[in-house]
Design a protein around this ligand. Structure first.
Ligand code: C2O
Ligand code: CU
Ligand code: CU
Length: 427
């Protein structure tokens, strides 16, 4: 274990490449270092991360650091940085302020670049993290492929409208770039699994053959207390850390995704992701304390609202539907002042779900449809079911610049459901 903060350097090369998602099933992926997902980046909290990105694609690209509280200039969106032209190199450099499960992904032409594999995980460890027998990252995704294993989109108007409505959902389920993977765990051991939903639009309800597991963390790191569950919903952009095991030698457990309650009934009830194989018994050193950490509340449930953000859908002549923030596509929101506590009411007046994502800052959910949320957590992405209303609190610390928030269903984001705002020192 390193005690002194140091510099952790990675090179990421963006390119197209062939990737086997299953034996004999090859796709043309886009990604980093010819891997799908891109390399798993690991560092300690307090370290400086240096990532040199080289663009070998034939089109511009950028990397966004999802969930990281870094300076605006490093956020990797086109409101703070000119996308890298083919052949260009850019060095991202920032200190890692928080421990947890984060990820990086392209923030350019996302409906193509992200769906083809331009994402990877960034794990930030803390020496005080609970101890497990193993630590695995599972990046879950779905791809929509035709019979030639090429990425496909509906050609006809009606399915095109449906796809725009729900976002692009596919039937090829992947964990870490592989179909039907096998996850090995030794009997008697407890592991930390860090799950990232890197899909374009798919809602996954993960289920471990009915076995109980413990949710211990989410977007912004550990929860206060573990929550015992048998299934967990994870929407695009969100992360969930779970503690799994101990299991018995020889057990085989299916890791499945159950149909999301608001998905169309055309979706299968359950779909298999992976098989968990339990191997020989091994001694365990895992220890999960009663209190994982303390999260101080930023505001009370009845705190006065400082801003309203309304997500809605409106008719559009050109595309059938527009995706709006406060009535606008690609909206410009009012500035926010450094140090001024933000209490936002985020509402969804449409009849579909939207995972709301704020760049660069964690928020706390302080009210959910008039009720107090069940548990405390630091979040950067939260789902808004149809006709729902949330109250979130967040503190803009001293990182002035341009920031954005958007729906993390990539097709909705691309169709306009996003806004940017300026964080300023004084209004
Ligand atoms: Cu993962 Cu702009 O987001
Ligand atoms: Cu983000
Ligand atoms: Cu949406």
């Amino acid at each position: 274990m390193k005690n002194r903060p140091n510099e952790v350097v990675y090179n990421l090369e963006a390119s197209k490449f062939n990737w086997d998602i299953a034996p004999g099933k090859t796709i043309e992926a886009w990604g980093y270092n010819k891997q799908l997902p891109g390399p798993e980046l690991r560092a300690n909290v307090g370290d400086t991360l240096v990532v040199r990105l080289t663009n070998h694609l034939e089109e511009p690209t950028l990397i966004h650091w999802h969930g990281l509280r870094i300076p605006a200039a490093m956020d990797g969106t086109d409101v703070v940085q000119k996308p890298l032209a083919p052949g260009e190199v850019f060095e991202y450099r920032f200190v890692l302020p928080d421990a947890g499960t984060f990820w990086y992904h392209s923030h350019a032409n996302e409906t193509v670049q992200m769906e083809r594999g331009m994402y990877g995980s960034l794990i930030v460890e803390d020496p005080t993290d609970p101890v497990f027998d193993g630590d695995k990252v599972l990046m879950i995704d779905d791809m929509k492929l035709n019979s030639d294993n090429e990425f496909t989109r509906p050609g006809w108007f009606v399915p095109r409208i449906v796809e725009r409505h729900d976002g692009r959902e596919g039937d090829t389920l992947l964990i870490n770039g592989k179909e039907n993977s096998v996850i090995d765990i030794a009997a008697g051991q407890t592991e930390r699994w860090r799950i990232v939903n890197s899909s374009s639009a798919r809602y996954f309800t993960l289920h471990l053959g009915g076995k109980e597991f413990k949710m211990i963390g989410t977007d912004g790191g550990l929860l206060e207390h573990a929550r015992t569950l048998t299934e967990v919903l994870i929407t695009p952009g969100e992360r969930v850390d779970i503690a799994v095991g101990p299991f018995e030698e020889g057990e085989t457990i299916l890791l499945e995704s159950l149909r999301y309650s608001r998905s169309t009934f055309l979706r299968p009830k359950r779909q298999q992701f992976a098989t968990v194989n339990v191997g020989e018994q091994k001694a365990s050193i895992a220890y999960l304390p009663e209190t994982l950490r303390v999260i101080e509340p930023l505001a009370r449930q009845d705190a006065a609202i400082t801003r309203k953000v309304r997500l809605s859908v409106g008719p559009s002549l050109a595309d059938g539907m527009d995706f709006l923030v406060n009535g606008d596509v690609h909206a410009h929101d009012k500035p926010v002042k450094v140090g001024e506590l933000q209490i936002w009411e985020v509402s969804n007046t449409s009849l579909m779900d939207h995972p709301f994502h704020l760049h660069g800052f964690f928020f706390q959910l302080i009210e959910e449809n008039g009720k107090r949320p069940e548990y405390m957590a630091w979040k950067d992405t939260v789902n808004l079911p149809p006709r729902s209303k949330l109250k979130i609190a967040w503190m803009p610390d001293d990182r002035p610049g341009r920031w954005m928030y958007h729906c993390h269903i990539i097709e909705h984001h691309a169709a306009g459901m996003m806004a940017h705002f300026e964080l300023v020192k004084s209004l």
